[in-house]
Design a protein around this ligand. Structure first.
Ligand SMILES: Cc1cc2nc3c(=O)[nH]c(=O)nc-3n(C[C@H](O)[C@H](O)[C@H](O)COP(=O)(O)O)c2cc1C
Length: 193
């Protein structure tokens, strides 16, 4: 038995990414974004609603940060996906998070987020289905708390969480369950090979 749901944006897991920009008065804005991600080796794509303050900031500053929050900042991050700097001048302040200026792009780096991509806006595509912003990754910043003994980023240490669009829930991203391009590789061989 199956059930049809019609044409819905139902995929799981959806990411939870935080887009950081500067407002015109140099204050920080951060919004939650689930509709986007990596689209080339050095590029990200953001699908954004035109009326967000973030979009106005991207148009003027041509830069942003994209960060992955850990569950320790889930409540603040969710709040940043509800409130808009268009209506709430002290939005970022209220989140209780902190920021420093990126050394490479005109955007804030949020101190509490363990993994941050510093990006420059390459293109803002006004598509019939919405606004798509393409950003070039100029650097990745990782907090040392998510590095392993070889100084590589250990995704498990991020304690990231995924968004469930079907029921508006967040799910913790847990244990490592396999190795990419490896766990199934033995099936490439026939038994008698
Ligand atoms: C889980 C979640 C996912 C979201 N994903 C997106 C998204 O992909 N694109 C978007 O435009 N807004 C998304 N939003 C909504 C914005 O984060 C929200 O409208 C925010 O208030 C915009 O802030 P700003 O006006 O200060 O830029 C999401 C919100 C939540 C809670």
């Amino acid at each position: 038995m199956t059930k049809d749901f019609g044409a819905k944006p139902y995929l799981f897991p959806m990411p939870t990414y935080m887009i950081g920009t500067y407002n015109e008065d140099e204050s920080v804005d951060v919004m939650m974004m689930a509709w986007g991600g990596i689209c080339a080796t050095d590029m990200v794509a953001l699908n954004l609603e035109e009326d967000h303050k973030t979009v106005a900031n991207l148009k003027t500053r041509k830069a942003f940060t994209l960060a992955v929050p850990g569950v320790d900042t889930l409540e603040a991050s969710d709040f940043l996906g509800i409130a808009s700097s268009n209506q709430m001048a002290d939005k970022f302040e209220r989140s209780g998070l902190h920021a420093t200026k990126s050394n490479r792009v005109d955007a804030p780096v949020i101190t509490e987020y363990p993994l941050t991509l510093e990006c420059e806006v390459v293109e803002m595509q006004d598509q019939p289905y919405g606004l798509r912003v393409l950003g070039k990754i100029v650097n990745v910043i990782a907090d040392e708390k998510i590095l392993d003994e070889k100084s590589k980023i250990d995704a498990g240490k991020i304690q990231a969480f995924a968004f469930d669009q079907m029921q508006n829930d967040y799910y913790g991203i847990g244990d490592k369950v396999g190795k990419a391009w490896n766990s199934g590789a033995y099936l490439m061989k026939k038994e008698d090979e």
